[in-house]
Design a protein around this ligand. Structure first.
Ligand SMILES: Cc1ncc(COP(=O)(O)O)c(C=O)c1O
Length: 419
């Protein structure tokens, strides 16, 4: 566990705040983030790149709460966005638009136009059709569009198949074998300004070999482009660094990762762009939940929590394991449970045969390491309102997203009046 999320006299603290202090005034479930953990992760990432001309464009999709983005902005970070909504969030939080890359396999015309009218570092383009669309919109606005192509290097990142993006049969990017031809074509389009190249091979990657192979492919391609007088300013190598969720997970060595980048891509006279998400925010967050029921069923003990798969879906989506710990150690001994949520789906199961402190109804627990791909993936399935988010910094905490009321949920809907 991170030192900023730890027990003091049997009470779970995030920085200098006892989490039980928050449960006194805020109904569970809710997310809590430590700003200090985010700052430290960002700082460590940045230090591993010392000596490199680099830019960290935090991947907003991992956790897009404005308070998180504001933290990144204060640290001098940029943003990797995949929608106009994320772009707008980044601007509101104070991120410099010249440090924003717009990624995503299905950008829409209105998104491209609005972002072009403002400003950005580059569009990371994923198809010829998208290139032509951007050129057309740029022409109509009489603007030049800065672009990079996301290449698909056909590398198996050895991660869960649902978060692998760099294999030939994934939907992402242009095939690396077609890249030279496509760059040549793009160089002839009037309103397209080629500024870079981009790659992202997947998420929660622990094997640095996959990165090494990818960087070597990129290096080769960049020389091929130089040979035809296509010079790049930016090499965007995406995100993907894994973190340790359980003792079984391997955590890649950050210094080694930085060393690889420097060795293979550091002497090409380009700025290297990084898009880390999980690494920056993953271990900064916990999901606080209350035990609704402790029940026995056919020799199995179940803990039913008030958090469900709609609030936190990584387990249902990817089979991810997140540890559960009590907010307050009651020292009643331990028991093996299946920990399940209240949603009417069998996949609403967080942990199976999990040994944890014996629980009673009303006890509070926390799922760990939910700062990335947690709240952002939540939904109102079963008409359960989106859960609040809280940011802690040293001794203070603030609610940074409130729970909508039922009326606010229903107000967005209508019963047709045609009867
Ligand atoms: C294009 C792109 N960049 C960056 C990221 C961030 O990845 P991670 O959170 O694994 O660092 C993602 C996430 O899948 C992505 O799709």
């Amino acid at each position: 566990m991170n030192k900023n999320i730890s027990y003091k006299q049997d009470q779970l603290f995030v920085e200098d705040v006892a989490v039980s202090e928050i449960t006194n005034s805020l109904r569970t479930p809710f997310y809590v983030y430590s700003r200090t953990v985010i700052e430290e992760n960002f700082g460590r990432f940045k230090r591993s790149l010392e000596g490199l001309d680099s830019m960290i464009c935090y991947s907003v999709k991992a956790n897009s709460n404005l308070s998180v983005l504001e933290t990144i902005a204060k640290l001098g970070g940029g943003a990797d966005v995949v929608s106009l909504g994320e772009y707008k969030r980044a601007l509101i939080a104070g991120i410099d638009p010249r440090k924003i890359v717009f990624s995503g396999v299905g950008k829409q015309d209105f998104e491209i136009a609005e972002i072009l009218k403002s400003s950005l570092l580059q569009f990371n383009i994923e198809s010829v059709s998208e290139l032509e669309m951007i050129n057309k919109i740029a022409s109509s606005l009489n603007k030049e569009a800065p672009i990079a192509f996301r290449v698909n290097p056909d590398i198996d990142a050895g991660t869960h198949e649902n978060i692998s993006t760099g294999k030939a049969d994934n939907k992402f990017g242009i095939p690396i074998s077609d890249a030279v031809e496509i760059y040549q074509y793009a160089s002839k389009l009037e309103k397209i300004k080629i500024v870079g190249i981009d790659v992202h091979i997947g998420s929660q990657i622990s094997d640095l070999n996959a990165f090494r192979q990818t960087f070597e492919h990129l290096e080769k391609l960049i020389y091929e482009l130089k040979n035809i007088n296509i010079e790049l300013e930016n090499i965007d190598i995406g995100g993907g660094l894994g973190i340790k969720y359980t003792d079984d997970d391997l955590e890649p060595d950050l210094q080694e990762y930085g060393g690889l980048v420097k060795r293979i891509l550091g002497n090409l006279s380009c700025r290297i762009i990084f898009e880390p998400g999980r690494y920056i925010v993953g271990n900064s967050g916990i999901l606080v939940t209350k035990v609704l029921h402790s029940k026995m069923s056919q020799n199995k003990s179940f803990l039913v929590t008030d958090a469900g798969m709609n609030d936190f879906s990584r387990t249902a989506l990817y089979g991810a394991t997140h540890r559960l710990i009590p907010l307050s150690k009651k020292k009643r001994g331990e028991e093996v449970y299946d920990v399940v949520g209240p949603v009417c789906e069998t996949t609403d199961t967080f942990l199976k045969n999990y040994l944890v402190e014996k629980a009673e109804e009303g006890d509070f627990f926390a799922f760990l390491d939910v700062g990335a791909y947690g709240a952002v993936l939540s939904s109102e399935y079963n008409t359960r309102p989106l859960v609040p988010e809280v940011m802690i910094y040293k001794k203070r905490f603030e609610i940074v997203r409130t729970r909508p009321t039922y009326d606010e949920i229903f107000d967005k809907e209508a019963i047709p009046t045609w009867e």
